[in-house]
Ligand binder design. Structure first.
Ligand SMILES: C[S@@+](CC[C@H](N)C(=O)[O-])C[C@H]1O[C@@H](n2cnc3c(N)ncnc32)[C@H](O)[C@@H]1O
Length: 258
């Protein structure tokens, strides 16, 4: 018996993986992050399952329950928003589970970064423009290591996805501008990606603060910045990959010979 740490996806209950849903439906005990996971998804747990909200629990309380139920021979799932590996605070749970001799397995989920990219119809790694995506956050109450300051990350001029940063926009903009980003660099903000009340705000670095205030976005938002987010990019035909280039051969396709 082990604890399954499952990614619930960004909100839409259909965006959980088939494996995650199966485990949720088989579980006798479900612990879920009620501040971010969709209740409709948790409602798919089997009738009679013990379903517990974790937002009001501390780490030890949560892990004690998991350990206790696993030791009773019950199937336990711990449901996290998006993908558990990104700002999921799962390491501390795994450490305590291990200390208690309980095994665990992680089942990935669709992170909000990808739900947000899908909502705005963007490719985040555009050939000849950027081949790198940085997932990060602005520094607020949670410190960020010195070598990962936004200013330094921004110096790569790639696509940057900012989690947990909706209230720190001024700081974000200042750091990007000081790293040499143009004020008209496109930024897309997706509030509650894949939820029925999802909002998309297309902005630029120089108008980001104003636009987020105007739309009253202060939490639960993904900020995607960089030229890959240019709303006009689908009208341009200059960024093509080698993968489908007719002159480019690879293991699965021969070049066109005429
Ligand atoms: C604690 S982190 C969890 C991230 C999650 N593990 C993931 O992979 O999406 C919470 C932050 O993720 C982002 N987030 C989570 N769900 C979101 C959604 N549906 N739409 C936009 N941003 C979301 C927001 O930046 C929020 O502040």
């Amino acid at each position: 018996m082990k604890v399954y740490i499952i990614g619930a996806g960004p909100g839409d209950p259909d965006l959980i993986t088939v494996k995650g849903l199966k485990l949720l439906q088989e579980a006798e005990v479900v612990l879920w992050t009620d501040s971010l996971v969709n209740e409709e998804l948790v409602a798919k747990a089997k009738p009679g399952a013990e379903v517990l909200k974790t937002a009001g629990m501390n780490l030890e309380e949560m892990v004690d329950i998991m350990v206790d139920r696993v030791k009773q021979g019950k199937r336990v799932v711990r449901v996290h928003t998006g993908d558990p590996a990104v700002y999921g605070a799962i390491l501390e749970q795994m450490v305590l589970l291990k200390k208690n001799g309980v095994e665990y397995e992680i089942v990935p989920g669709v992170s909000s970064v990808f739900a947000a990219a899908a909502a705005v119809g963007a490719e985040l790694t555009v050939p000849d423009l950027t081949q790198t995506l940085i997932l990060t956050r602005a520094e607020g109450r949670t410190p960020v290591p010195e070598r990962e300051k936004l200013h330094d990350l921004a110096s790569h001029h790639c696509t940057v996805a900012l989690f947990l940063s909706a209230t720190l926009v001024k700081k974000v903009v200042d750091e990007f501008l000081s790293a040499g980003w143009r004020p008209d660099t496109p930024v897309a903000v997706v509030y509650r990606a894949s939820w029925p009340d999802q909002k998309i705000v297309r902005s630029t670095l120089e108008t980001l603060g104003e636009d987020m205030r105007a739309h009253n976005i202060r939490s639960h938002a993904m900020i995607l910045a960089g030229w890959a987010l240019d709303p006009d990019i689908t009208n341009r035909d200059e960024f093509r990959s080698k993968l489908y280039d007719k002159e480019f051969t690879h293991r699965f396709r021969r070049g066109i010979t005429s």
